[in-house]
Design a protein around this ligand. Structure first.
Ligand code: HSE
Length: 425
């Protein structure tokens, strides 16, 4: 039976889950995969934490050099997070020919071109299933299961923290602040929640997933990003009245104009499969030219779900003699021929506050007509003093036409556009 030694860098939530799976299921992997995987050492400054997990004293290292020099380690698992130290450690491992498995989406998104070059130079593997959507095997699905397809679009709920917050706001009427505080209490959101709530986490993942789906480098800088920090209870209530729910969607599309990649709060029709993805769950809905529609659903974070993704990479690396790398030309920047249009097509939902007077609505709808924007639905919501809220849903139209209409409406002085949300029907 093949013997494979691994080292785990960092025993936080994900590192701890990975250690648990590897040690508890060693015999299962021997039996089902014909491979004996042993944890040879861990890199962890917090000795107590490592000891509490059952790591023998002599296997706890505090210096990366001790790990990469260990001849019994052939696979290094990077689960420390952050970018600078993680990059240094991963490069140190790759430079001595050790295969790396990482869950680090920011590192992989920003530096995979560099890491992959070094990995290839030293005939080392570089695997990253756990970097996107936790336990949901989306990377393997794109690399293996959907190879027959040209993927035309992917839409996903790929950040559990924001999905939890939006679910609490929608189902329990919580304010954004209260829902965020609860997400922090449960350990979903960090003390500084910026990466999740401002959409960075989802944008890193989308950059990686879109590069794989569309077989071309989609750098992070090309991802249009808006977070959920400005979402109010009123926006959600209006959406519900119109038959929608509000989700932070990551959208990747290949169109004749180029590749669209965007992360933003989106109204999703209640009948859409993504509308029922609630709490901290994630899902990705993919359309391929042969397969049609496919949806993957599951836990995007957590010790054992993310550990599951990491261990699947370890098993792949341990049972394949050839390394597998990205299926696109992995350069720092996008290929010069590929366009990333900012004037994409979408339907929109606009909330506008206006005086509750005759003729106001017709002035506003005239501005939409002038910008070639056709309306599907109009809802008048509760009065506030002398003003009323109007919520409008448009047909599919150009992003820039909507931005232009918003500017013109705000210039009317009496009207104020309070929110603009994109819509998926
Ligand atoms: N913070 C992420 C989320 C999990 O809330 O989905 C790790 O990517």
């Amino acid at each position: 039976m093949k013997k494979v030694g691994v080292a785990i860098l960092g025993l936080g939530v994900v590192g701890g889950g990975t250690y648990q799976i590897l040690t508890n299921k060693r015999e299962f992997f021997q039996r089902t995969q014909n491979v004996d995987i042993t944890v040879e050492c861990v890199l962890e400054c917090n000795r107590e934490r490592a000891l509490a997990l059952g790591v023998p004293e002599e296997k706890i290292m505090t210096n990366i050099a001790e790990v990469v020099c260990n001849p019994d380690v052939s696979i290094v698992i990077e689960v420390i997070g952050g970018v600078d130290a993680a990059r240094e450690y991963v490069l140190a491992a790759l430079n001595v020919g050790k295969t790396v498995v990482t869950s680090n989406k920011e590192l992989f998104c920003k530096y995979s071109h560099e890491l992959e070059r070094v990995a290839k130079l030293h005939n080392a593997g570089l695997y990253f299933e756990a970097s996107c959507v936790g336990g949901v095997p989306i990377i393997r699905t794109l690399l293996d299961g959907l190879q027959a397809n040209e993927i035309t679009s992917m839409m996903g709920i790929i950040n559990g923290t924001t999905n939890y917050i939006l679910t609490k706001m929608s189902e329990e009427g919580m304010s954004y602040e209260d829902a965020l505080a609860e997400a922090q209490k449960l350990g979903y959101a960090e003390a500084d929640p910026t990466a999740d709530v401002e959409g960075f986490d989802a944008a890193y993942k989308l950059s990686i997933l879109a590069s794989l789906a569309f077989h071309t480098k989609v750098p992070f800088s090309k991802v249009f990003r808006e977070g959920i920090a400005g979402i109010t209870q009123e926006m959600i209530t209006d959406a519900q009245k119109l038959g929608y729910c509000l989700k932070l969607l990551a959208i990747g599309k290949r169109t004749d104009a180029g590749i669209e990649v965007r992360v933003h709060p989106t109204l999703v029709r209640k009948e859409h499969p993504l509308a029922s993805v609630n709490d901290s769950f994630n899902a990705v809905y993919i359309t391929g030219d042969s397969v049609g529609e496919v949806m993957l659903y599951g836990r995007g974070a957590g010790a054992l779900p993310t550990g599951s993704a990491i261990v699947s990479d370890i098993i792949y690396a341990a049972t394949h003699s050839e390394n597998r790398y990205s299926t696109f030309k992995n350069t720092a920047e996008a290929d010069g021929d590929v366009k990333f249009p900012s004037d994409f097509m979408s339907a929109y939902c606009l909330r506008i506050r206006v005086p509750d007077k005759t003729g106001v609505l017709s002035k506003i709808t005239a501005l939409f007509a002038k910008n070639d924007i056709s309306l599907v639905e109009v809802l008048q919501s509760a009065k506030e003093g002398d003003t009323a809220g109007i919520t409008l849903i448009t047909h599919e139209t150009r992003e820039l036409a909507v931005r232009n209409a918003v500017e013109k409406i705000n210039a009317l002085e009496f009207a104020q556009v309070q929110s603009v949300l994109r819509v998926v029907s």
